[in-house]
Write a protein of this length. Sequence first.
Lengths: 440, 440
Amino acid sequence: MTTNRYLADIAVTCDQDFSVISNAAIDVTQGRISFIGPQSEAPPCDGPVHHLGGLIMPGLVNSHAHTPMTLVRGAGDGLPLLDWLTQVMWPREGEMTPEDVLWGMRLGASEMLRAGVTSTCEMYLFEESVVEASTDAGIRLVMTPGIISALHADDFGSTESRIAAIVAFHQHYHDPEQRVTVGFGPHSAYDLPLELCGEIAAAARDLDALLHIHVCETQDEGIELESAHEGRSTVQLLAEHGVLDGRVLAAHSVWLDDADIETYAQHEVSVAHCPVSNMKLASGVARVPAMRSRGIEVGLATDGPASNDDLDLWQEIKFAPLLARVSTLDASAMRPQDALRMATVEGSRAIGNFDVGSLERGQRADFIRINLDDPTFVPVTCSDELIAHLAWSGSGRHVTDVWVGGEQVVADRQCLKVDVKQAMAEVQSRGVRLAEKSGT
Amino acid sequence: MTTNRYLADIAVTCDQDFSVISNAAIDVTQGRISFIGPQSEAPPCDGPVHHLGGLIMPGLVNSHAHTPMTLVRGAGDGLPLLDWLTQVMWPREGEMTPEDVLWGMRLGASEMLRAGVTSTCEMYLFEESVVEASTDAGIRLVMTPGIISALHADDFGSTESRIAAIVAFHQHYHDPEQRVTVGFGPHSAYDLPLELCGEIAAAARDLDALLHIHVCETQDEGIELESAHEGRSTVQLLAEHGVLDGRVLAAHSVWLDDADIETYAQHEVSVAHCPVSNMKLASGVARVPAMRSRGIEVGLATDGPASNDDLDLWQEIKFAPLLARVSTLDASAMRPQDALRMATVEGSRAIGNFDVGSLERGQRADFIRINLDDPTFVPVTCSDELIAHLAWSGSGRHVTDVWVGGEQVVADRQCLKVDVKQAMAEVQSRGVRLAEKSGT
């Protein structure tokens, strides 16, 4: 049982106290952290010692993504959300094959890993392809196979058989030791009947699995549903149908009122906050400070690469606080520490992984190295300033090395397990085919 | 008279029609563009031919910055604007020497050039240091020496002698051929008497020089002034005192009403829009689409690195449209093309440089090369998608080479004219000294 020791100039643990350790040592044994602390307090180690220098911190967690949409990145820019979905995205996605999804996910996983994202929570179709590509690349995956009203019966059969297929998929693929956990991905209450959402939630509860659903992304999406139910809010309707009773991750959650936030808190619903996507698609501003002050766990997320269009989660670390600040006209509305916690430990808990996201003994060894030798990190006159630099100026370009479960998957800025050139060529030719076949 | 020819896979000209040229050639003669077009249409060339590949476009223009504030980057995060200025920024800045400013500017200029920013419009004190550092680094500079109420009499004498000193500074340093133009930088109408602003504006008009002033950055800053003048708006008061009669660049301009925008349009005032700074300091959302639809020229700007904290203007290219979209809940409020124009040709005009910012015959040869061989630029199924990728995913890390006035100043991601390591070490030690001496 070999222990690997990694030495860094500084470790940002993202633990409860947001501890920052100078001259840090981190020991990794069987994929988990067996020691983290100052080098001077480290126990004897007879395994390999790696002198990393720089800064180490937990890998980032992307709490809501449709990563295979790399295949349709940049298409239909500037349309309102529903037009963008119905006129461009869904026609192109309707042409996708499992092989397309495999390559789209492979490219996206490489982009995320290169940027220091070590976990991603995916909602998409062709879930076997997503698992295969993620496993190849080495990223930790929460896979919630999508359930949408417009499922192609040829590929997926009825909605009932789709639920049964996801249960079987869970039996086959759910294995945290292999970096894969499985949940359910019903699209939304405006796309699926409430009763069906309730059935899916019950199936998820039976497996203690995550239910991952879009909620209140845009202001208008719930109008029809809510007026059909005497004006009760979408969140209220979801609660009434038992959809919020298990482990629930509600993506976006932009248009919540105080009562909705209270309902989330009581049901321990988590939120995936997508500030860049919400800005680009003009969806609105989620009330993140209000949610977090009520104890709701909020992760950060890129959403799909077609609504961002970058999978570098460092942009969300910067723009979640910036959006909270400008929308409240309060520069203290969210601090750099909050953003870094949401992007790591809080996001990991939000997607159901409680042993990932912080540098603490016993946690899985998902961590990244940051090169501090960069003008944007200068000067540092106190440790608060280093954290500020990390949040405001940190980006994928500063990430040099990445480990997932103790395995190194990025070294010196190169993905070790994906042929990125090949993935780029495949996504280019497949993206052109999707545009041509769909006539968009 | 040698002509250098540069060949690229694609050129984004940022000209009036936003022309995109495949297999492009750009000829540079005596620092200006003597040909731009398809390689098949290029005239004979007996000078050196450089096979760049990739994408070429105009260098970016930072239309409002206080770049030597690299020395105080990251300090005092989370405070409201006025507290942040009075409790942290001004005490630290009060300790700065000309030598500090030289090093702060040198580091910041290197960061900008590395990110593809070829022009910057600076408002700061110790203007000789700013010119020296900019000239050393090779960046094009519009220097508007700052005039603030709290000038140290020891360093700067009276306000009147400060104006005379700037006139003399203009005589000595203003030389577009040497990449330096000079204007005046009165801080704001809330910091300086309106009559004095009018005098400074008259001095600027005498020299046909730019007047660069902060206007309506925060909601509260004008309350005292406006209530002392029967509720007339700050913009109205500036107009009444002749401050808007010459060539005027109004930074921020967040809190304008329709009448203020009309006043800007009538006086041909330009605006420097700082979306990231305005978000970070919780200042508010400038009404950029409304201004531009009224014909006002708007540049993009980082503001000082202490309120951003990154000098990579690509973030403004992404977040200017995103902020416009989310604040209007309209995904068509601003397009990628608009952002790229504001960051180049429109920004250059806003700061008074009319022969910079687009790839057109006769313009000064400030251009950059982008490496398109990156996953975030895949796929491209039409040229609109390439422009979308550039705006949404482009960043300093994609910039490989930079030319200013035909001189190459960045090659293969390295600044050719700044010792960046030395600048980092100097800013680190000087930043610590400023924190210690000011007790902040």
